[in-house]
Design a protein around this ligand. Structure first.
Ligand code: UDP
Ligand code: MG
Length: 336
């Protein structure tokens, strides 16, 4: 597919309590985007912030109409906020990025260069993560290793949402309306011609991360259950193994009884067995529950998000995505 020399670039930024980062982000991003010589828009999604994020965004929009603002009706979480931004972005290339300047905007030049070579997805893989605690780095490392092992979709390790996608990929993603969305996984799952570049992740400019360990844990479970059914299979293998051990143990008891007679013993081993099996069964049930809960949530077919107000957006689009998000993919014409 031919690549236009100056594609419209959409930068999509989910924002939750990022007031202190907005001005520095805007200045640095604008500088980079001006440097590309391409037309651009910055689609900011206010994800139920409780600080002055929205006010600052609206003020910026009034002074520069390339800043577009979507104000969600409440906090829906980063994955949904990003989805909303992708629904509204009009660009021929779309770049999701965090508002806290952890992903350096300057990389957009390199991402664009790869896109021009003919790639549809160019993701940015972190070589280092500065300003993050050792436990966070360790758990992140573990998580990426585990999910790579158990998911049939190859999810690139140490890669966030910062990447460049072609219009074709964004259209594909817009057709995916599942509620439990693990975006990093979906980005890979859609396929197309993908490549990566490497960078050093910077510390947060201001404010603090919205992700504490509990949220990260849930995020990890979301990722695993969205992209793997291995945990469900674990129960059957564990059950098989335990049954095998039980048979061996029964044989052993028979032999011991034949050789030494039947002394009534074994209360402790009985207790251990019962509680072990009880625990294992509850755990297996819990895992099944995680999946059933997700089936239940998906089956409700609720809209993914609601938009309270928007600034700089096409009104028709706003109304459409609010009422029938499923039909959105057809509403945008596809530009080559
Ligand atoms: N974010 C969001 N909704 C949320 C949590 C976070 O839109 O509920 C945004 C946040 O404003 C930032 C990006 O997602 O632009 C990444 O969040 P954060 O920096 O807190 O995560 P971390 O970099 O620590 O993984
Ligand atoms: Mg961050």
């Amino acid at each position: 597919m031919g690549r236009s020399p100056a594609p419209l670039i959409s930068v999509v930024v989910p924002m939750h309590n990022e007031g202190a980062n907005i001005t520095p982000f805007y200045e640095r991003m604008t500088h980079v985007l001006e440097g590309t010589g391409c037309p651009y828009e910055i689609v900011c999604v206010n994800d139920g912030s409780r600080d002055d994020t929205l006010d600052r965004l609206v003020a910026l929009h009034e002074q520069d109409d390339r800043i577009k603002v979507i104000d969600l009706s409440r906090n829906f979480g980063k994955e949904i906020a990003l989805t909303a931004g992708l629904d509204y972005a009009l660009g021929e290339v779309v770049v999701p990025i965090d508002a806290d300047l952890q992903d350096p905007p300057e990389l957009i030049h390199d991402l664009l260069a790869k896109w021009r070579e003919g790639y549809d997805v160019v993701y940015a893989t972190r070589l280092t993560r500065e300003g993050e605690s050792a436990p966070k780095k360790l758990t992140a490392l573990l998580f990426y290793r585990v999910i790579q092992r158990i998911s049939p979709t190859a999810i690139p390790p140490d890669t966030g949402d910062f990447r460049l996608m072609s219009r074709q990929v964004v259209e594909a993603l817009r057709g995916v309306r599942e509620h439990h969305r693990f975006m990093k996984g979906l980005f890979s799952w859609v396929g197309f011609k993908q490549t990566s570049i490497h960078y050093h992740r910077e510390p947060r400019f201001a404010g603090q991360s919205s992700f504490n360990y509990w949220r990260l844990w849930n995020f990890a479970i979301e990722g695993i259950t969205s992209f793997s059914i291995v945990p469900l299979q674990v129960a059957s293998y564990a059950g098989f193994l335990i049954a095998l051990l039980a048979i061996l143990y029964a044989g052993y008891r028979v032999i011991v009884t034949l050789l030494y007679g039947n002394a009534v013993a074994g209360y402790p081993s009985l207790m251990v067995m019962i509680s072990f099996l009880g625990g294992a069964q509850l755990m297996a049930l819990g895992i099944i529950g995680e999946y059933i809960g997700r089936i239940y949530n998906e089956s409700k077919h609720r809209p993914l998000y609601f938009v309270r107000t928007s600034f700089g957006m096409d009104e028709n689009l706003t109304v459409l995505s609010r009422v029938v998000p499923r039909q959105l993919p057809q509403t945008l014409e596809y530009r080559n």
